[in-house]
Design a protein around this ligand. Sequence first.
Ligand code: FE2
Length: 376
Amino acid sequence: MGTSVAEKVAQQTANDFLPLQGTDYVEFYVGNAKQAAHFYKTAFGFQSLAYAGPETGVKDKASYVIRQNKLTFVLTTPLKIDNPIADHIYKHGDGVKVLALKVEDAKDAWEQTTKRGGKSYLAPTTLKDDDGEIVLSGIHTYGDTVHLFVERKNYQGAFMPGYRKWESFYNPSDTGLLYVDHCVGNVGWNQMNPWVKFYEDVMGFKNILSFDDKDISTEYSALMSKVMSNGNGFVKFPINEPAEGKKKSQVEEYLDFYNGEGVQHVAIATHNIIDTVTQLKNRGVEFLKIPETYYETILDRVGKIDEDLKPLSELGILIDRDEEGYLLQIFTKPLEDRPTLFFEIIQRKGAKSFGKGNFKALFEALEREQALRGNL
Ligand code: FE2
C-alpha cells in the first residue's frame, strides 16, 4: 500500500520479457456471425473491415471483422458440425475465444511464454499474401480462452492474410468507443490465485490491485478479484473468483451458464461517456439500472466532478475516485441470452483503478437481474 497504480506500473516496465503494444483484437465465437456483425455495427457503431469465409478459401468457418477507432472485434461462426468452433459454442454459447495481443515479435512472445510454462495453442505461424506477412502464435489461458500474439509490423492489408476487405453500404455512425481498457476473466472456486500466478510467471504481469470478499460483497453474493497488468499498463486482466455469500455468487452463475471459466466483461474506453451511452441507449443497448438513491450521496463520496450529475443519473452512469483522479463507468446487461458476457463503458479522468466504490451499488443491480432469472 502507499504506492500508486501508476508507480507500480512504472516499476515493472524495465526487464519486461513480454512487451505488449496493446490489445490487437477480441474474437468471439458466435452462433451466427453475420447477424452478430450486424448487431455490433448497428447497436455499437462499428464499421465493416474484413471478411473471411468460403469466398476467400476458408471452408469451415466465416469471420467478420469490425472496427471502431482502436477497437477491433472478430465474429466467427462454424459452417459445419465436427468443428472445434461448433463445440465451443455448444458448450459456452456465444463468448470470447481469443484475446489477441499486439507484439513486436510473435515468435519470441511464444518462446518466452511457453518456456515459462504457458501451454501452446498455436506455434509461431507466418501468414502471407500480397499485402505482406503476419506472424501469429498463441497460448492457452483460463477455460477455453486463448491469447494470440499478433506481429503485424510487416503487413499493410485490411486485417490479415485469408481475409478480404469488407466494403459495406451500411455504415452506421460511431458511438465514440475507443479501445479495450481491460478484460475480466471469471475463474472457478479457489482458482484466482493460480491464474494470478500464471499471469505473473508466464506473462510477466503484476498484481496491481486486489479486492477481497469484504470489498465486494452484498447481503447475498460475493466475489474476489485481483487485477493483473502487463509492464507498460496497456493490457489489464482482472481475475474474479466466486466467494461464499448467503446466496449464489454472480461469478458462480456465470460459471454455470458458460460451463466453465471465461471472459466476463470487456471494458471499452470512451472520451465522452454521456454522449456514448446516450447513443448506445438510442440504438437499443440495455444497461444495468442503478437506484436513484445512489446519486443522492455520490458527490459526498467522490467530490467535485466536471460533469453535471443530472445526465449521469438519467443514464445510470457510476462514478468513483481514487488517489489519481476519478472515473465514470456503466455496465450493459448480458449481450446474449445466457447471463455470461457483458460490456463495460468507461471514461477515465485520471483514475487508474476499477470502480471499487461502485461494487456495492453495482452488485445489488446485478443481483436484481440474477433474481429475475431465478438464479440467486
Ligand atoms: Fe471492469
